[in-house]
Design a protein around this ligand. Structure first.
Ligand SMILES: [Zn+2]
Length: 482
């Protein structure tokens, strides 16, 4: 067996009003090259001015990932030429990343936690976006993206397999979404991942590093890691050398392909950005940022398992979205039944949201009303079947909640149940009842089912059994008299 070492670099676009170093709006509009200015397209003689909101959000993210904050930092220039980089260099943070030595907690399928170290978090600016038209052999460049603030989050090489990598990325995305500082969409590119994979012999150090790029879905990330692990393992078992390089994942072949051998850091000729002075976050500002941190996604997941006694599966689903978590907590406060409430949300409510393609905040159902219905179900006052049959009508206001509760009350009065029993026994007299009287006991539950059906599922089951038994005993007695 070989030792697998995986490290992940994630770039996320920060949601800010303006770009990192100019006052252009930070919104990727439909019209290309409409949100640009002399600063972000790198005209000579222009000077950058730092966006405070970017620093604030970068610091907030660093705190959320348990990092040490560098209160005094500067920016550096990473020099290289590419058409999407109008200045010929990228403003980034090389020497003094704002956050260092943090971690993120991930969980396996049994809910067992593992901390993955975060090496560093730094700010930088995004490049322009290139669109290649392979048919006409032209490339379009949209500079709207040039200068959009990015956060780069670099993990320590502590991830051991594809599942852990996916769990890490999902929890990272969730943490940032909880802070509302990024959309974190792999599909649209507001979150981008580079995966470093190195398979080694058990007792040797890291001999190489393979970086995989071009990954725009969790599925592609998982498959690319699995492919790399098997490719490198195969080379190792043949005692062949694995080259340090950058590879691209091909979604059609499910394989990675060589893109280029990796540049060394020195190739970029980093030096300190001379146009931006040292920046200092004051202690007061740092306190203010720390105070604005709400519960972390990983903490909420642990709390849901502990306080509500939910299994990992339910706790994970409910905390995957802050609004869902809020909905659950408000409903449970009324129902007092965490597990039942959780199950109803992840089945009935999720299937409705899926069907309508809407987020939970747009659902026309107050969590307190749902909590109340669940409370009535567990108190045996309304039937669960009626609830499940009518929940969509309730959400869509086709049935008023009060009327629904009234019409779905569990029937427990003797006369209603007896009249249903009489009806069923009259219909079944020759067949089922006779068989039961002849000793076929399983028929009893069939009759209970028939009576329940007659009561539209709303009969109180214990009472139905009790009265049916009584009625049959009565018939037996009558028969023996005749
Ligand atoms: Zn600009």
């Amino acid at each position: 067996m070989f030792r697998v070492v995986i490290g992940i670099e994630v770039h996320i676009q920060l949601k800010t009003k303006t770009k990192a170093f100019c006052s252009c709006p930070n919104s990727l509009s439909i019209e290309p090259n409409s949100q640009i200015c002399p600063i972000c397209i790198g005209e000579p003689g222009t000077l950058p001015s730092l966006n405070k909101e970017m620093v604030y959000k970068a610091a907030l993210a660093s705190i959320a990932f348990h990092c040490d904050i560098k209160r005094v930092f500067h920016f550096d220039r990473k020099n290289y030429f590419y058409p999407d980089l109008p200045k010929g260099y990228q403003i980034t943070q090389y020497e003094t990343p704002i956050g260092q030595n943090g971690y993120l907690t991930i969980f396996n399928e049994e809910g067992k936690p593992k901390k993955i170290g975060i090496e560093r978090i730094h700010m930088e600016e995004d490049t322009a976006k290139m669109l290649h038209d392979f048919v006409n052999k032209v490339t379009f460049i949209d500079y709207n993206r040039a200068g959009v603030p990015l956060l780069e989050i670099v993990s320590k090489p502590e991830i051991e397999n594809a599942n852990e990598a996916i769990n890490y990325l999902k929890m990272l995305k969730r943490t940032l979404e909880f802070l509302d500082i990024s959309d974190c969409s792999l599909e649209s590119g507001s979150m981008r991942c580079d995966i470093n994979i190195s398979v080694n012999k058990q007792d040797s150090g890291l001999s190489h590093k393979v970086e995989v790029k071009n990954l725009n879905s969790f599925n592609a990330i998982k498959r690319s890691i699995e492919y790399e692990i098997s490719r490198q393992s195969e080379l190792l078992s043949k005692d062949e050398k694995i080259v340090t390089e950058t590879r691209l994942f091909n979604t059609e072949t499910n394989k990675t392909e060589t893109m280029r051998t990796k540049e060394l850091a020195a190739d970029y000729r980093y030096f300190r950005e001379p146009d931006i002075p040292d920046i200092e976050i004051t202690l007061e500002e740092l306190d203010e940022i720390k105070n604005s941190l709400t519960e972390r996604a990983e903490e909420m997941l642990i709390r849901f398992m502990k306080d509500y006694n939910l299994n990992y599966y339910l706790a994970d689903l409910l905390t995957s979205d802050k609004e869902v978590a809020k909905f659950f907590e408000r409903a449970t406060k009324i129902s007092n039944q965490p597990t039942k409430t959780a199950n109803i949300i992840v089945t009935e409510i999720f299937s409705y949201l899926n069907q309508k393609q809407i987020p939970i905040k747009d659902i026309n159902l107050q969590p307190e009303d749902l909590g109340n219905l669940i409370k009535l179900i567990t108190e045996n006052k309304i039937s669960e079947k009626a609830f499940k049959d009518n929940i969509i009508e309730i959400i869509e206001s086709k049935i008023e909640i009060d009327k629904f509760i009234e019409s779905s009350r569990i029937i427990s009065d003797d006369s209603s149940i007896y009249s249903a029993i009489d009806k069923v026994l009259t219909e079944q007299k020759d067949d089922a009842l006779k068989k039961y009287l002849e000793g076929k006991e399983s028929v009893f539950m069939f009759l209970v089912g028939q009576v329940m059906r007659e009561l539209k599922g709303a009969g109180k089951i214990d009472k139905v059994k009790e009265l049916l038994k009584k009625k049959i005993d009565q018939i037996k007695l009558d028969n023996s008299k005749n």
